[in-house]
Ligand binder design. Structure first.
Ligand SMILES: Nc1ncnc2c1ncn2[C@@H]1O[C@H](COP(=O)(O)OP(=O)(O)OP(=O)(O)O)[C@@H](O)[C@H]1O
Ligand SMILES: [Mg+2]
Length: 310
């Protein structure tokens, strides 16, 4: 660890990594790389599609370090003033400008409290907002008019995230920004890890639960490789598909995974949980529902053997 004023012993080494990893299903390699980057005192961009553990990893690291995590959504409205903070206009009228009238934004808060500033969809933020960040990243302090110098505590980090599928309203990062960031690419989890995540988040157990988790993960993964789909569903869709199937089964008094009504019940839940989460190719002449029916038929009609648990 290269940050001054930091107790290095309690944050170093495989023990810390092991403790953090306990909050996570899989992701050993990505977590290790992220820990190395932030432990080295560096800033970072995490590049990956939705639902690929980016926020989950950062939460686990900041909880272990005992520091706050500040979220900011990168979009065209993210001005430098929103990021840094502003003076309360009502108080300024009454008392004139002072450090007291300043309402710190997430950047000022993260610097003062030694937290991580997590900027999602980083590439959507306007260029001059990003430039403000550059100063904070390079100097570890910023000058705020009528407040003075805000100096970053040693554990302050800027962590950006970007979705590689995202091509709407985005700007490419300027080289001055990208040259100051390290980069970790995260892809979709493998099927086994996704099943672990869905089991953990849905808490489904038993024969019916196992069947539901297996099916939810399989059809969700299939949405990502369907030829008419530009971007398929994340593991969030699989979690919801599992939970809704379970609830719908209860409403229909269905407790046995071998019940003849199970496949249609699963399909109903599949449409609710996944139809809004898949983004079709512009050129595709089909609907989300039709795509889902094809995926369902593949698993439940054409190759039902694959749907056996285990
Ligand atoms: N490795 C993991 N272990 C346990 N749960 C996970 C893991 N990865 C993802 N999840 C669960 O999946 C959901 C989405 O994960 P997360 O919020 O970390 O994704 P993300 O990469 O930040 O996505 P986005 O880009 O959309 O913000 C969360 O509910 C989280 O609990
Ligand atoms: Mg996230």
């Amino acid at each position: 660890m290269t940050v001054e004023g930091q107790s290095t012993t309690d944050r170093r080494g495989s023990e810390t990594r092991g403790r953090i990893a306990r909050h996570l299903v899989g992701r050993e390699r990505e977590l290790e790389l992220a820990l190395a980057a932030v432990g080295a005192g560096r800033d970072l961009v995490l590049e990956g599609p939705p639902g690929t553990s980016k926020t989950t990893m950062l939460k686990a690291i900041t909880e272990e370090w005992g520091i706050p995590l500040f979220f900011v959504e990168g979009n065209a409205d993210l001005t430098a003033a929103k990021l840094v903070g502003h003076h309360n206009p009502a108080r300024v009228l009454k008392e004139d400008y002072s450090a007291d009238t300043f309402v710190p934004g997430p950047l000022a808060l993260a610097m003062e409290n030694g937290g991580f500033l997590y900027i999602e969809e980083f590439n959507r933020a306007p260029e001059d907002t990003l430039n403000t960040l550059l100063t904070a990243m390079a100097d570890r302090r910023i000058e705020v008019p009528r407040v003075g110098l805000i100096t970053a505590a040693p554990t302050f980090r800027v962590i950006a995230s970007m979705n590689p599928f995202d091509n709407v309203g985005t700007t490419r990062l300027s080289t001055s920004v990208s040259d100051r960031l390290n980069r970790i690419v995260v892809g979709y989890q493998d099927a086994e890890a996704e099943a672990g995540i869905v089991r953990l988040r849905s808490r489904l157990v038993g024969r019916l639960g196992d069947r539901i988790v297996g099916d939810a993960v399989a059809v969700t993964r299939a949405t990502r490789s369907h030829p008419d789909v530009r971007q398929g569903s994340s593991v969030r869709g699989a979690i919801d598909c599992a939970l809704i199937t379970d609830e719908l089964s209860a409403l229909r008094d269905l407790a046995d995974p071998d019940d003849d009504r199970y496949p249609e019940t699963f399909f109903d839940a599949m449409v609710v949980s996944l139809s809004g989460r898949i983004h079709l190719d512009e050129a595709a002449e089909t609907t989300a529902e039709r795509v889902l029916r094809e995926i369902w038929e593949d698993r439940f009609v054409l190759e039902p053997a694959r749907a056996e648990p285990g």
